[in-house]
Write a protein that binds this ligand. Structure first.
Ligand code: MN
Length: 447
């Protein structure tokens, strides 16, 4: 249950595109990943200039592949994730693992870390799964953070005020640096678990183990008090400094715009472990994979919350145009007028970064933006069906929000048809099909 075994499965399905020509980590690899954002094939860069290591990208590039990684159909995805959040399972701690094949002194310049965008501060590790535990050891946490490479031994870590930030503050209060492991190149289930919005105190490695049917093994790190997946490609052992901070950024985050620069803590790397022929996993900020990994677990939260206020939720889409983070389209079955607005309120409560949400009826395809626009055009009246909430907490990643405080305005659009008017007024008119017309169309299309 490693990234490697998953890539082998995808190779057999012809989902891996091999890039055999030499490319540079500086802009060239990211440029190519970006061009394949829609196709979402896995890209394997075999000849990376100045490095012996191969780079893989777009592993979780579409929903289909995420479902394949969990061995389920799309209609089971939300339920499967929720199950794993509620019933985490302790992974086994093992003495040895593939990641221990090579152990060496830290030298970050030997790792093919990408420089993604024109004005980024430098190379950034973007697929880092970070494990840390509280000083007393009773709280364990796993989350994904961006890491700016400062020199051969030091990184800057962006700590959004969430769980790892809290652990770091607890360590600081105890006057200690925070030990942590940085795992790069792990099975998609581990990436999904690490992006999951489970409460503080839940160890996301246990969520990953539940998703992997008890097949996740962890090893103990040598230089720090931390665990890491035994079959990861690469693990950096590090400490988040209690005292040393640097200016982190600029860096392009999920919206595709530059996030602001902030003072962030320094990570000192104490040791490196990797497989003999490790593959470095890249993840393009604002790319398809970034949107899905960050967004998908929050679709589950929205689906669950809205399910409590209306009889049925058909689908939730944190859409591409909303960067997989700021816009939700939700299709529901409503019983009474007003259900649409309650659904919107539930969605905003479930995903605090959500900025704009639209609720539609079940005949609207939430993944088809033109279809949603049609619903807004024919079923929505701004004077009655619009909610605006001022000065709510939103995402600091939105350039139009107050990026220091995260204060923002939220807008909800209830584009479900009103029950006060006859249903047929809102139905999409059909053209009766004859066999002759259908055959002719197939012929014209060359099918
Ligand atoms: Mn957590």
């Amino acid at each position: 249950m490693s990234l490697r075994s998953f890539l082998e499965r995808m190779e057999a399905k012809k989902e891996v595109l091999h890039v055999e020509d030499e490319v540079s980590t500086r802009f060239e690899v990211p440029f190519i990943i970006k061009k394949f954002d829609k196709e979402a094939s896995i890209l394997l860069f075999e000849e990376v200039k100045n490095y012996k290591t191969k780079v893989v990208a777009n592993v979780c590039g579409n929903r289909k592949r995420i479902c394949a990684a969990l061995d389920i159909g799309h209609d089971e995805l939300y339920r499967r994730l929720m199950e794993a959040w509620r019933s985490p399972k302790k992974p086994k701690i093992v003495g040895d693992g593939a990641v221990k094949e090579v152990a060496e002194k830290p030298d970050l310049s030997k790792i093919p870390v990408l420089t993604h965008f024109e004005r980024d501060a430098g190379p950034y590790i973007t697929s880092a799964v970070i494990y840390a535990k509280s000083v007393e050891g009773n709280v364990e946490n796993v989350s994904i953070h961006r890491l700016q490479v400062l020199d051969k031994k030091r990184l800057a870590i962006r700590l959004v005020p969430r769980h790892l930030f809290k652990l770091w503050q607890m360590a600081k209060e105890a006057g200690e640096d925070l030990d942590m492991s940085i795992s790069i190149g792990v099975h998609p289930a581990v990436m999904l678990a690490a992006s999951s919005p489970v409460p503080f105190g839940v160890n996301e490695f246990e969520v990953a183990n539940a998703l992997l049917n008890d097949n996740l093994n962890l090893i103990e790190c040598k230089h720090v008090d931390a665990y890491a997946p035994a079959d990861a490609e690469l693990v950096l052992e590090g400490r988040i400094s209690a005292t040393k901070e640097v200016v982190e950024g600029p860096f392009v985050d999920i919206t595709g715009t530059y996030d602001i620069e902030r003072k962030q803590p320094v990570v000192e790397v104490m040791g490196v472990m990797h497989r003999e022929d490790y593959v470095y996993q890249a993840l393009l900020p604002s790319g398809a994979e970034h949107r899905l990994l960050m967004g998908l677990p929050h679709e589950v939260l929205i689906w669950e919350a809205v399910s409590k206020v209306v009889p049925k939720v058909y689908a939730v889409n944190l859409s591409v145009g909303g960067s997989g983070w700021l816009h939700a389209i939700i299709s529901i079955e409503k019983q009474l007028d007003g259900d649409g607005k309650n659904a919107l309120l539930a969605a905003f409560a479930a995903h605090p970064s959500l900025k704009h949400a639209a609720v539609v009826d079940s005949d609207i395809d939430v993944y088809n933006v033109s279809d949603v626009e049609w619903a807004v055009a024919t079923r929505f009246q701004a004077s009655k069906d619009l909610i605006v909430i001022e000065n709510a907490r939103g995402s600091t990643l939105d350039s139009s929000a107050d990026q220091e405080t995260g204060l923002t305005a939220k807008m909800g659009v209830d584009a479900t048809r009103p029950l006060t008017k006859p249903r047929e007024k809102f139905e999409r008119a059909k053209i009766p099909a004859s066999e002759r017309a259908e055959t002719l169309v197939r012929k014209l299309l060359g099918l």
